[in-house]
Design a protein around this ligand. Structure first.
Ligand code: HEM
Length: 332
């Protein structure tokens, strides 16, 4: 046994490995060891940037519940970021060679987990704020809206081919589109018609701000993932006799992703809009005057990433059972 200050053979071996590592890139190990000698030990709060994180909540009004609203949006955006990280890994891997069924399955399962966490926590919004306070502070936040979440739109772009997220009347027309058509399709993404003023039929300021900030990014992303969005990758997977059994598991995970992103999350979100805003026409002003009752419920827009995985009947009834059960409390 070496004494307390003697170097053990394992440590000597590690130093030799480090020496090789550093000299292979022309660096001097001794200088790096010097740095190590003076470096502070890492703390939890520095590692996760806690102090900065806790400065990122800056309410615009004195109503205490506004902070709940801010923090829950921030939490959601972080889960969106985790989801986009997984789609990013798909993109990186697709440059290196064909994607394996195992790899795709893992990515989709992770995104499903993030969305389940969001759906299961949405009651923090639905029940967790005072309605009167909400309607007061919400007015101070106009024209900002969660509608302007760029990450939410990016998740859609990465999940499926662009023809599935254009306005529903155009989906058949653009089925089988090529990269050259992306710019045209991007003009018809479904949400562009979701932020139209009821009175004038014009684009809301909310939408115009959003387009100015993100349109170029969305276009680039749509081009980048043309060949490696989840739908395209799944359709091009090659199975062997060893992983043939994953076919059903992947289809099930993708159906679940469709339900999570296009039914469960939107409906929990819709439930909060109903709780706070469904009073009378004046309250609609709190959203910038959009016709959200006709826009938000999944049964109207039928956003479906993977129509090939659903029966006609399932598509026909998209989102309906949930609305009856959860929003209107009708059990049949
Ligand atoms: C009390 C809570 C909430 C209410 C009352 C509410 C209300 C609304 C309304 C009325 C719209 C329609 C567009 C508009 O008129 O501005 C909308 C859209 C949207 N909100 Fe919220 N929202 C809430 C919480 C959230 C949260 C926590 C997020 C998370 C990021 C979020 C993200 C979105 C997104 C992504 C859209 C666009 C949905 C789509 O295009 O289908 N909202 N929200």
């Amino acid at each position: 046994m070496p004494s307390k200050n003697e170097l053990s053979p394992e440590i000597i071996e590690k130093i030799q490995l480090l020496q090789e590592k550093y000299s292979s890139v022309g660096q001097d190990l001794a200088s790096y060891l010097d740095g190590l000698l003076y470096a502070d030990f890492l703390t939890y709060w520095d590692y996760i940037n806690l102090d900065t994180l806790l400065t990122l909540q800056q309410p615009k009004t004195p109503f205490p519940d506004e902070e709940i609203f801010i923090i829950y949006h921030q939490i959601t955006e972080l889960y969106f970021k985790l989801s986009l990280n997984e789609f990013g890994r798909l993109r990186t891997a697709s440059k290196e060679g064909p994607i394996t069924p195992e790899f795709l399955l893992e990515r989709v399962k992770r995104v499903n987990r993030y969305f389940e966490a969001l759906t299961n926590s949405f009651d923090i919004m639905v029940d967790g704020m005072d309605q009167k306070e909400f309607l007061q502070f919400r007015m101070s936040l106009l024209p900002a809206s969660g509608f302007q979440s760029g990450q939410y739109r990016k998740i859609e772009i990465c999940s499926t081919s662009l023809d599935q997220i254009v306005h529903k009347d155009l989906r058949d027309k653009y089925d089988n589109h090529g990269v050259a058509d992306i710019e045209t399709l991007a003009e018809h993404l479904y949400w562009r018609e979701g932020a139209i003023e009821i009175k004038t039929g014009k684009k809301t300021l909310t939408l115009r701000q959003f387009e100015d900030k993100y349109d170029a990014e969305f276009l680039q992303l749509a081009r980048d993932v043309f060949d490696c969005n989840v739908r395209k990758v799944a359709n091009g997977l090659e199975y062997s006799s060893e992983n043939e059994h994953l076919k059903d598991e992947i289809a099930a995970a993708m159906r679940w992703l469709d339900v999570n992103v296009n039914i469960n999350w939107p409906l929990m979100h819709y439930k909060s809009a109903v709780r706070y805003l469904q009073k009378d026409v004046e309250d609609i002003a709190a959203t910038g005057g959009t016709n959200w009752q006709k826009y938000l419920p999944p049964r109207f827009q039928k956003r479906i990433f993977y129509p090939e995985l659903w029966t006609e009947e399932e598509i026909e009834n998209w989102g309906k059972g949930w609305v009856k059960r959860e929003v209107f409390n009708i059990h049949e």
